[in-house]
Design a protein around this ligand. Structure first.
Ligand code: AP5
Length: 264
């Protein structure tokens, strides 16, 4: 954990507090920030994870982060961390973002991009990165493309996880998340050893506000309208890798790595 990594002076949407965990850092390495120079002798993956809410992107990002030692960004975790701030410390844009999130809608592109733009210096993370939940509109994807072209850093691939809706809803309704380290569990599929307690850090597990049935319906609808078009966007650039998201998290991780190696 690097002090001030989260704190962006004069950030128009308000500063995001430091959080002692891996998932919600913007390209935050597992142990400190790595040098920005690219290594020449190891495979470095720079990945975007696509897929409907609840398909398992965060779970796979966590595995990729741990095993490839890549840096991980979850914009959803970033917004949830910001929501823990006192309301009086949140900018009007961030308060509006929280409302959108609660209803299951997307946060406006301008607010998301402010978050991302303030952290572009970390894009050269030497062991690669995994973007989880960003981009999720064509506007965000275009902005990311321009940013990476400007930095002359190419994306390696965009992994699209596929799963039938019924399985997705079952995953979302049983999800529990650690309030401290953001580790993700499932009440039946991946339960903690002690009910309600995180295996990793003993933090308390909670059910996300947007995992209520009415918010899930909105999120699925928003996904179809705003995020699914990114599949064709990235297919047209030759970056899309589709992975069927059935089986255990480890099996899906193995399929992901096999698909990436086949592509390489
Ligand atoms: P975000 O946090 O990104 O949510 P999401 O995309 O809806 O994705 P989820 O986190 O719900 O699911 P996941 O695919 O990561 O699945 P998980 O691994 O947890 O965003 C939340 C909100 O923030 C958005 O709605 C929006 O308002 C806002 N936002 C964020 N980014 C934004 C952006 N760029 N633009 C605009 N707005 C933005 O798994 C789900 C469950 O399944 C877990 O319980 C897990 O244990 C279980 N599970 C996982 N894998 C398996 C498996 N193989 N078998 C059985 N169970 C499994």
């Amino acid at each position: 954990m690097v002090a001030n990594h989260w704190t962006v002076p004069n950030n128009p949407i308000g500063n995001v507090p430091p959080v002692e965990q891996d998932r919600c850092g913007w390209f935050q390495p597992r142990s400190g920030i790595r040098p920005l120079a690219m290594p020449t002798n190891v495979a470095v993956w720079r990945l975007v994870l696509l897929g409907a809410p609840g398909v398992g992107k965060g779970t796979q990002a966590d595995l990729l982060n741990q095993r490839l030692d890549a840096c991980h960004l979850s914009t959803g975790d970033l917004f949830r961390a910001a929501s823990k701030q006192k309301e009086s410390d949140q900018s009007p844009a961030m308060q509006a973002a929280m409302e959108h999130m609660r209803r299951g809608e997307l946060v406006p592109d301008s607010t998301v991009w402010e978050m991302v733009r303030e952290r572009t210096n970390s894009i050269r993370c030497s062991s690669g990165f995994v973007l989880d939940g960003f981009p999720r509109t064509l506007g965000q994807a275009e902005s990311l493309k321009q940013l990476m072209e400007g930095e002359r850093i190419p994306l390696s691939a965009v992994i699209n996880y596929e799963l039938p809706l019924s399985a997705i809803v079952a995953r979302l309704s049983g999800r529990r998340t650690c309030e401290k380290c953001k580790a993700v569990y499932h009440v039946t599929g991946n339960p903690p050893k002690i009910e309600g307690v995180c295996d990793r850090c003993a933090g308390k597990l909670f059910q996300r506000e947007d995992d209520r049935p009415e918010s899930i319906a909105v999120r699925m609808d928003v996904y179809e309208r705003s995020t699914a078009p990114l599949i064709e966007f990235y297919r047209a650039q030759g970056l899309l890798v589709s992975v069927v998201a059935t089986g255990s998290p480890d099996e899906i991780y193995a399929h992901t790595i096999a698909a990436l190696r086949a592509r390489a």
